[in-house]
Write a protein that binds this ligand. Structure first.
Ligand SMILES: [Zn+2]
Length: 337
């Protein structure tokens, strides 16, 4: 259901092996890993009333801030055509009769609420641009739920953007192995990531690399690092593997519908590198596609488990071509905006 900020209050109603079942509202429940939960003093009122909102911008972001009296759980989705961010706050009943909207906003077109259920308040934020550029949801010290919205960059050119590149696996996490040779996914994702870094630098983009050598990095470590760096886009590089050795080709993956255009543009461009289409895959539950903070795309370049694909991956010219095609895909994505 996407990420929660720290210190959100949850009502535990059942316990399974590794998870608690939590009641979000009368009609909604969810599961959370026990390692993410600590016991708190209960103040489990059925309803929490919302107060005024403020819709404003600073030099970097737009914000919608909703005053609450408790750090209630929430979930969010992206809608397209028109682009909207929809945030459901569980356990909240609207008592809001005042939404101050300042002219410092640049990306928010409209913000309002609905009350789809007695104890679920829905925040709806309509964006000015068609493309989603990401958002973060957190509480401030006064229990204000804040949705911080990334604006569309004013100049859509690689030299004005920060591109994060993640080389999959690394260190003790070796990933897949070659079909005929013993090559490891972690080594070839890094080689492709470095080619990609080179091409992006030639385009004068700023590049943020999650790793540049054979280090072990957990997914939470990668995510914390990326969130700190606040990139405009993230490209994750992996090599695919299947139990059927005839399966081959390129695929790109996204989790949130608003980030699909980037993965579509990269897939189309990659297919020009002579790769079969394995497909564009949505709702994909990959850790690095989980954050909503920036558009992201997982590229599974080709299948290490297929002899023909493996041969390509072993060829430095092919890896260079992959880097060029990914960058061309990003440029197509920017042009289409
Ligand atoms: Zn992988």
């Amino acid at each position: 259901m996407t990420y929660l900020d720290s210190n959100i209050i949850l009502k535990v109603v059942d316990s399974f092996k590794t998870d608690y079942k939590v009641q979000l509202s009368q009609l909604h429940s969810a599961y959370i890993d026990k390692s993410n939960v600590t016991k708190a003093e209960p103040d489990m009122r059925e309803h929490h009333l919302t107060d005024s909102w403020r819709v404003y911008g600073d030099s970097l972001f737009d914000y919608v801030a909703v005053q609450l009296d408790e750090k209630l759980p929430y979930t969010s989705i992206q809608e397209i055509h028109p682009a909207k961010i929809v945030v459901d706050i569980f356990g909240a009943t609207s008592n809001t009769n005042w939404i101050t909207q300042l002219s410092s906003v640049k990306e928010i077109k409209n913000a309002w609420y609905e009350q789809p259920e007695d104890d679920v308040m829905r925040v709806i934020i309509e964006l000015k641009h068609e493309q989603h550029w990401g958002y973060s949801i957190f509480y401030d010290s006064s229990k204000k739920l804040t949705i911080r919205i990334k604006r569309q960059p004013p100049v859509l050119n690689l030299k004005n953007l920060v591109i994060a590149v993640d080389a999959g696996h690394g260190g003790t996490n070796t990933g897949a192995t070659g079909a005929t040779t013993n090559i490891k996914e972690k080594d070839y994702t890094l080689l492709i990531a470095k080619e990609l870094e080179k091409v992006l630098h030639q385009k004068k983009a700023k590049v943020v690399m999650t790793r540049v050598n054979d280090t072990t990095l957990t997914m939470p470590e990668r995510i914390r690092f990326l969130k700190q760096r606040n990139p405009d886009l993230l490209i994750s590089i992996h090599l695919n593997s299947s139990s059927r050795d005839t399966v081959r080709g390129v695929s790109t993956y996204y989790r949130y519908i608003g980030f699909r255009p980037l993965s579509m543009a990269i897939l189309r461009s990659m297919m020009k590198a002579g790769l079969n289409e394995f497909g564009n895959v949505g709702s994909f539950n990959f850790s690095l596609s989980g954050p909503t903070d920036y558009p992201n795309c997982l590229v599974e370049v080709a299948f290490l488990s297929n002899k023909n694909d493996e041969k390509k991956i072993l060829d430095p010219k092919f890896r260079k071509q992959v880097a060029l095609r990914i960058v061309a895909g990003i440029e197509d994505f920017l042009k289409n905006l």
